[in-house]
Ligand binder design. Structure first.
Ligand SMILES: C[S@@+](CC[C@H](N)C(=O)[O-])C[C@H]1O[C@@H](n2cnc3c(N)ncnc32)[C@H](O)[C@@H]1O
Length: 294
């Protein structure tokens, strides 16, 4: 016997509760919306409609994947960031809302410190699905943006997202290890950047398995693992970025909430920089460190 949309959602919710999924109802609704091609309002207007047996089978498969702790965003292959839509799959980190603080800081710096600089040269290291680079390309039409990642599969998704968001021609994508493609032993291979941004992997290796299964089982380890103390990437980026920035350029890094003091120390230790500031996200946690080159 065929089920109504509302009945299928209820059944799925009960199943996901047995799997300890944090917000089962929400996920069941989002997966139903994705299956039927509805937004939330359309879903609520169609709760009494009957699903075909094929639709119910497809829905059951989606719910089974969620029951296996696969993140909903990977199942529907979509994630919103900076009010833009991004394609995501398990080769990229799912963008987090707190990363938007990084975008906000770049926009402030552009006005306060780099007004009149054209083109503003920006590098995004570890671009993942391209969310930071693409949001910046949308916001700063005159910027020259380079987005890099060590993962070729991530870069493919980033390029697709740039195309879907209409900024493909405005971003250059480069595969490589951190700053190596751009400067080597103090020799710049390309003109220096005004701003370098990065949300590098920053989870201490041993803590990854303590995170929720959605993260530890599904998100790419190369996007998470920051080495023994989580700071490996900060040490490497901070040591090199001075060579790749213009005079008075900025390095902006997303950080873990308890990492600010140690990263500040790393930056102050390097002679290349003159000022370090830390900014909080909307829940009051330290989230972005801003390092000003001399
Ligand atoms: C935390 S994710 C950030 C993804 C995206 N920028 C965001 O904010 O959601 C870190 C990214 O750094 C990339 N990465 C890891 N090691 C790298 C390396 N040595 N050089 C360049 N990118 C690297 C990973 O592939 C991953 O895409």
């Amino acid at each position: 016997m065929n089920l109504k949309v509302s009945e299928a959602i209820k059944k799925a919710e009960n199943f996901l509760k047995t799997k300890s999924i944090p917000k089962p109802r929400l996920d069941c609704e989002v997966l139903m919306e994705s299956l039927l091609g509805f937004n939330q309002a359309e879903l609520y207007a169609n709760l009494e409609r009957y699903l075909s047996s094929l639709q119910f089978e497809s829905y059951s498969r989606l719910i089974e994947r969620r029951g296996n702790r696969e993140p909903t965003q990977y199942i529907i292959q979509s994630r919103e960031f900076w009010s833009l839509d991004f394609r995501v799959d398990k080769s990229v980190l799912i963008p987090r809302p707190e990363t938007e603080i990084l975008i906000e800081r770049v926009l402030v710096l552009r006005l306060e410190k780099h007004a009149g600089v054209s083109p503003l040269r920006i590098l995004d290291i570890g671009t993942g699905c391209g969310n930071i680079a693409i949001a910046l390309a949308k916001e700063i039409p005159a910027a020259k943006i380079i987005a890099s990642d060590i993962s070729l599969s991530a870069l493919k998704i980033a390029m697709l997202n740039a195309k879907l968001n209409g900024v493909k021609k405005r971003i250059e994508f480069v595969q490589g290890n951190l700053l190596e493609p751009f400067c080597n032993d103090r020799n710049l291979k390309i003109p220096p950047f005004n701003i370098i941004v990065s949300n590098p992997p920053y989870i201490p290796s041993e803590q990854i398995n303590e995170l929720s299964p959605e993260v530890s089982k599904w998100e790419p380890r190369t996007a998470l693992d920051g080495g023994i103390d989580g700071l490996d990437f900060y040490r490497k980026i901070i040591a090199k970025a001075g060579d790749c920035l213009v005079k008075e350029g900025f390095l902006l890094l997303e950080i873990g909430e308890d990492q600010a003091e140690k990263i500040k120390e790393i930056a102050i230790f390097h002679n290349a920089y003159k000022e370090v500031k830390v900014y909080q996200d909307y829940s009051g946690k330290n989230r972005v460190i801003e390092i000003w080159k001399k």
